[in-house]
Design a protein around this ligand. Sequence first.
Ligand code: HSE
Length: 447
Amino acid sequence: MLQFNKFESGKVKAVKIGLLGFGTVGGGTLTVLQRNMEEISRRAGREIKVVAIAVNDLGKKRDIDTGGIELTDRMLDIVNNPDIQVIVELIGGGDDVFNAVMQSLEKGKHVVTANKALIASHGNAIFRKASEKGLMVGFESAVAGGIPIIKLIREGLSANQIEWFVGIINGTCNYILSQMADRQREFDDVLEEAQELGYAEADPSFDVGGVDAAHKLTILASIAFGVPLRFESVYIQGIEHIQKIDIEYADELGFRMKHLGISRRTGDGLELRVHPALIPKQNLIASVSGVMNAVLIQADAVGQSMFYGPGAGSEPTASAVVADLIDVVRAFTTDPQNRVPHLAFQADSLIDLPVLDIGLIETSYYLRMQAVNRPGVLAAISSIFGENEISIDSILQKGHGQPDELVTVILMTQNTREKNLMKAVEKVEALDSVEGKIVWIRVERLP
Ligand code: HSE
């Protein structure tokens, strides 16, 4: 208490904060700052005070106490306010927001943001401007909500060469796939529910189409490997096409369907990919269910480690926003050259590794097809795989079927280049004895 009085007595001036946005995360941020003010001040060494908030609708009734805080519906009132030292951007998306952040930096304000699209698409320019001005930009809350994954990789793992990481970084996709697996439900039915529960982004196609996860993967890969942010190079596939039947067959084979962000450094370049994949049930990350997020990292010194926690939500995300604020306040008086670099590596040491075309990745595959029940059909399919240098791990026919009836065939491959798999799929689909399109899903064995 004695320590806290030091901040209240005005010996140390409070740091003045302006919030841009007062939705779910903005409300959580103010609540956490108010409720934990004493502990936060003791940690930061200064009181952190929200003095102004840019809101959408000034007339809206709110449950949170905003007494003593200026509310405005003009973002620029906050950007131009000379008393405000740190801008906390919690609006998301948009060119307006990018402009407001750049103007804030221009005016000498530090920035904390939860906006993954902003960092993934404009981060290179934002960090350049911040470095020119000797300012900090915190973005912990942009990836995996409340899990302090940026700090973990950027600081906690800084001794390591990171080899690869795999993340469940979109809670909406994970919720939908978990419900499809555990409750035998279809995709459309669960998506509607995820929207009602408030997990999905305003435009849910960002979640289920994989764009949200790709934004987060871009940021993680950059700090893990010391490469510039390259959102445009990420291979993106969503979960809209996933069928319950494949989740069930995969379960029988010992796998769980997850939507993953994967990045791996190989001799030929960097893998940057977001897509559904089957992972072995016994791997710890396979048990991450519902809206929870997790990131599994393979690094040379520490080995394999996994970080788990809530990937979204008001206070979990606010937890990361306020942690960034405390970091910014603690580092106010430090020499900008000696701060933790924004992207974990010194800005002049980033290496623009080539990003591997998806055809060049190597992984294994699950395939499901409809084939005629006739002698020699499986042999014909197998020989096409062999001709394309693909080794088959297992092949099984579901049910017995009458002669010449269609039966379901499930095939699991060993590791192969994706372009070889695509060639084999095309040739097998062209066989008279195979009907329709083959369903194929990548399998990540996670050694
Ligand atoms: N829509 C995101 C998710 C939440 O489903 O994970 C915050 O990034």
